[in-house]
Unconditional design. Structure first.
Length: 554
């Protein structure tokens, strides 16, 4: 393993176990490893290939994975750039970028962000946004912006929103989305959640919010890759909160906001984190490098997102050295590998912007590079007949070649297969023109059918989404109605209870009246009996009262 990668892995583990280590040792001495930080070496890959990070040279790789070193190299001495190639000076574009294929430090103004690595970077409207990262073993949650027109740093003042302030994190992904929004996907945090969180930053309101998703989300992680393919976010690998390395694949549909864990065939990449990922032709997911707890990788894997099959293209020539913690951006048919790396366009030309990183020291420098695109893809015609469809290309290639050849149409409707060569050569036209034209027509028909099918699927998705919204509205109305019925039922129960009490009191009152009448009758009867006894007997006889018999006789 390269010494820089060994140091990076050591520092990463040290920061996880003892976040305050840097602040203690930095008071005594500089880190042992002294590696230049002013330049971020870039590897140029002709998709699906990869270039070197630490060796400042550009390499190109063919469609079948062959790697051909370019004749042009760029060397660094004490942070100052010297060019061994002929300077190809251009008059257009940014004034600070006057040559091709050379890193340039632009005249930066404004307050520079803290030096960091494992941060997120994205470009929207000629502005590079930097979020979070790792600084001296501590996670950051700031959002900084570099105006690529004026090269001025400024800090984005986050307003209070539904998501509050962003959680300090590192090893997350920052992705431009929906024109004026940034997606912050997962990342290492001090108090990680159980499942992966996706945060959304609205550049208009300057507020963070949490994306509401459906389905089963992946476990929380950092050091993963998040690749936007159309309206789908593809998540691969990373390291979870328990420091377990992952190689699972999850997809988030940004239209339905639904998570799916994908089952794949073939041999997937080994569990890893801090790798680089890119998408080619909206179909092929490329994974390069990354690291485990003890080593770094330099393998290249390709996933066909239509068949969900993993494969490894054959690599020839000078294979890039193992690395982790790098980043990558695609420019046309090329894949550039560096530290924090984004791509911007000015006057029709692409500009690579590098920021930050760790190579023995924390860095906050900005460098830019204008790729020449020369000799990265040399075209020559294949004399063999072209297969009937793009899918047939994969069937006729050898077992070790796993990435399909790409075709482009010439001015006269003829097909040229793009391959890489280290010799400048002009493209030639195939002799089988008529056959190629028929193949082209078949491909166009197949493309139209796929587009039609895709349109139907999108319409169906929109319909289902609308039905889901209507169902949620109905559920809300039914819930409100249920609450109203519950309130009415409670009022009726209370009234019934009162009525029952009144009925009980009336019954008791009637029984009391009956008892009172019975008591009065009993008392009257007793009084009458007493009176009869008092009017007869000995006292009556003594008084000379006639007896009852005499009275009867009379």
């Amino acid at each position: 393993m390269a010494s820089t990668e060994a140091m990076r892995l050591f520092v990463k583990i040290l920061e996880e176990e003892d976040p305050g280590w840097y602040s203690r040792v930095s008071n005594f001495a500089e880190p042992v490893l002294d590696v230049e930080m002013n330049v971020s070496a870039v590897v140029l890959v002709s998709v699906p290939v990869v270039s070197c990070k630490h060796n400042p040279e550009v390499v190109a790789v063919s469609e079948n994975g062959n790697i051909f070193p370019e004749a042009k190299t760029i060397t660094t001495e004490n942070g100052n750039l010297s060019e061994t190639q002929d300077k190809d000076v251009v008059s257009e574009g940014l004034g600070v970028v006057s040559v091709y294929d050379q890193w340039v430090a632009p005249p930066i103004s404004g307050t520079r962000p803290k030096a960091r690595y494992e941060h997120g970077a994205a470009v929207i409207d000629d502005k590079m946004y930097i979020s979070g990262g790792n600084h001296n073993g501590r996670y950051l949650n700031d959002l900084q912006v570099l105006n690529l027109r004026t090269w001025t740093w400024s800090k984005v003042e986050v307003q209070a929103g539904t998501g509050g302030m962003a959680t300090p994190c590192a090893g997350h992904s920052l992705i431009p989305w929906d024109g004026n929004k940034l997606l912050s996907v997962a990342g290492h945090t001090k108090d990680p959640s159980e499942t992966l969180q996706v945060k959304v930053f609205d550049l208009q309101t300057c507020t963070w919010s949490t994306l509401k998703t459906y389905g089963k989300p992946p476990v929380s992680r950092g050091g993963h890759s998040a690749t936007l393919v159309g309206m789908t976010l593809v998540i691969f690998g990373g390291q979870d909160a328990k420091r377990s390395l992952l190689n699972d694949l999850h997809i988030l549909d940004l239209e339905s906001m639904t998570w799916d864990e994908m089952d794949t065939v073939g041999v997937p990449p080994s569990p890893r984190s801090d790798h680089a990922a890119a998408v080619h032709a909206d179909r092929y997911l490329l994974i390069f490098g990354g690291g485990s707890h003890a080593s770094c990788f330099n393998d290249l894997h390709v996933l066909d997102l239509q068949t969900m099959e993993w494969s490894r293209p054959t690599q020839q020539g000078e294979i890039p050295s193992p690395r982790a913690g790098h980043a990558g951006v695609t420019v046309g048919e090329n894949w550039f590998i560096g530290s924090s790396l984004v791509v911007s366009s000015y006057s029709g030309e692409d500009i690579l912007v590098s920021f930050g990183g760790y190579n023995g020291k924390y860095n906050n420098e900005v460098h830019v590079l204008k790729p020449s695109h020369k000799s990265t893809l040399q075209s020559k015609m294949m004399e063999t007949p072209v297969p009937d469809s793009v899918s047939a290309v994969q069937n006729v290639t050898n077992a070790t070649r796993d990435v399909e050849s790409e075709f482009e149409t010439g001015q006269e409707g003829k097909i040229r297969e793009i391959v890489v060569d280290n010799i400048d050569a002009e493209p030639k036209i195939t002799k089988a023109e008529e056959t190629n034209e028929s193949i082209l027509a078949a491909l166009k028909t197949e493309k139209e059918e796929l587009e039609s099918s895709l349109t139907k699927e999108k319409m169906q998705t929109l319909k289902l989404k609308q039905e889901l919204t209507e169902a949620e509205t109905r559920n809300t109305d039914l819930y409100k109605e249920l609450q109203s019925v519950r309130g009415q039922l409670a009022a009726e129960q209370s009234r019934c209870f009162k009525l029952e009490k009144l009925q009980t009191m009336e019954t008791l009152q009637k029984e009391l009246e009956i008892l009172q009448r019975q008591k009065a009758a009993s008392e009257q009867a007793a009084l009458n009996a007493k009176q009869r006894q008092s009017s007869g007997g000995v006292w009556g006889w003594l008084a000379g009262s006639p007896s009852s018999e005499k009275v009867g006789d009379a």
